[in-house]
Design a protein around this ligand. Structure first.
Ligand SMILES: [Zn+2]
Length: 414
């Protein structure tokens, strides 16, 4: 085998001519002087189209390659500019690196793989790069992968949610695909405009192909979905509906407690103060003490106990087969409307306002659980991404792990 072929293999480059390889003793690095093969020359850095050569650009340039054993390695080549009819004057593409990168493709891929599999400190130490650099690499790798294929192909049932990713009101909107279980899109923000950005990226045709959207009850999500997805049904997340009921119940508990204190009923007040968890928990999870507490409430405080039953019955709706669930939902609404407990009358109004979305969730058995679990994972990634200078790098890191964009290690097929 020719020496140059061996070098190309070692450096992890393809379609590249190795001119010579030297040890730069002053810097203690290996430098390989390279050039693209003839067929790869004078191509636009963005679209790869063959273009007219423009000028020398800024002359010689170095790209960091994977270490050769224990020694850092670089590729060195001319970086001429070409004139693309679409992209104007632009640095020519090189087969060994992504456009505008200062690291080779193999280096980028390895860094991206390590960032999703290893501790942050290990990645920096092993690759001899700053964590910020890993952030830009990850962003580039994901953008490149998403540009190569349609990231929204076959999207029909999606989940939308918001997640706070940093203190001080910093939010991301995330979109998941219920069918593949993957994260498909995320952006910084939590408003109509940001969410519209997703549907704009999707385009009219693919928006029309969306059939179900699960979300919490946020009006801004519902509005944008209604505006952009003519064929989509919105499914209101059961978990959120139940959490409203839990809040309504807690309000009744607090009122009752205050009332008891006002009347000087110390024992009652004391008991109610400790009853919070008994009222909160699902009946099947109650401890014996909590069960006792609950039956004492049943005996001594009919109104609070009624509120408890209202909460439990609403929760039950989401555990029944569809037909029974729909019937119970209607029965619950009738009961709650005339229960004369203000927080539950108000809850009945909210539930009625979201009736269609709740019914759709019951019929299609779609909750936002996938998005919620995705959010938990993104929160962990947020900690890893600390030190990246932009939310884009955080999103890219999330896409690598949760969107299916993690590259294989260089030289491996899987
Ligand atoms: Zn171009």
């Amino acid at each position: 085998m020719r020496k140059k072929t061996v070098w190309a293999k070692l450096l992890g480059v393809e379609r590249t001519v190795i001119e010579r390889v030297e040890l730069d003793e002053a810097e203690g690095v290996v430098v390989a002087r390279v050039r693209p093969r003839r067929a790869e020359r004078s191509r636009c850095g963005k679209c790869g189209r063959r273009c007219r050569r423009y000028d020398q650009g800024e002359g010689w340039r170095r790209w960091r390659a994977l270490d050769l054993g224990a020694t850092p390695a670089y590729l060195e080549a001319a970086a001429p500019r070409v004139e693309c009819p679409e992209h104007g004057v632009i640095v020519a593409a090189v087969p060994w690196a992504r456009h505008e990168a200062r690291h080779t493709r193999a280096f980028d891929d390895q860094a991206a793989w390590l960032a999703t599999h290893c501790a942050k400190s290990a990645v920096g130490e092993l690759l001899r790069v700053a964590w910020r650099t890993v952030g830009s690499i990850v962003t580039r790798v994901v953008a490149d992968a998403r540009a190569r294929s349609d990231p929204f192909e076959g999207l029909a049932r999606i989940g939308v949610d918001e997640i706070s990713y940093r203190k001080g009101q910093r939010y991301l909107i995330v979109v998941v695909d219920h069918d593949s279980g993957r994260l498909v899109w995320a952006a910084a923000g939590r408003d109509r405009k940001t969410l519209r950005g997703f549907f704009e990226a999707l385009g009219k045709e693919r928006c029309a192909a969306i059939t179900l959207v699960s979300a919490d009850a946020a009006a801004w999500i519902a509005d944008v979905v209604a505006e952009r997805c003519p064929n989509a049904e919105l499914c209101t997340d059961p978990f959120h509906v139940v959490s409203w009921a839990t809040e309504a119940l807690d309000e009744v508990r607090r009122e009752t407690w205050n009332e008891a204190r006002r009347r000087g009923q110390k024992a009652v007040a004391h008991e109610l103060k400790g009853a919070r968890f008994a009222l909160w928990k699902n009946p099947e999870d109650l401890t014996r003490r909590q069960q006792a507490k609950l039956s004492s409430i049943e005996r001594t405080n009919a109104r609070l106990y009624r509120a408890y039953l209202l909460k439990e019955q609403l929760r039950q709706v989401f555990h029944l087969p569809t037909d029974a669930a729909l019937a119970l939902l209607e029965a619950w609404l009738r009961w709650a409307r005339r229960c004369r407990i203000p927080s539950f009358v108000a809850l009945a109004r909210s539930v009625a306002a979201h009736r269609d979305g709740i019914k759709a969730a019951l019929v299609h058995r779609l909750s936002n659980a996938l998005v919620e679990s995705m959010n938990t994972k993104i929160r962990l990634i947020t900690r890893v991404a600390f030190g990246f200078h932009s939310p884009d790098a955080l999103i890219a890191l999330a896409m690598l792990s949760l969107g299916g964009y993690c590259p294989t290690l260089p030289g491996r097929s899987s």
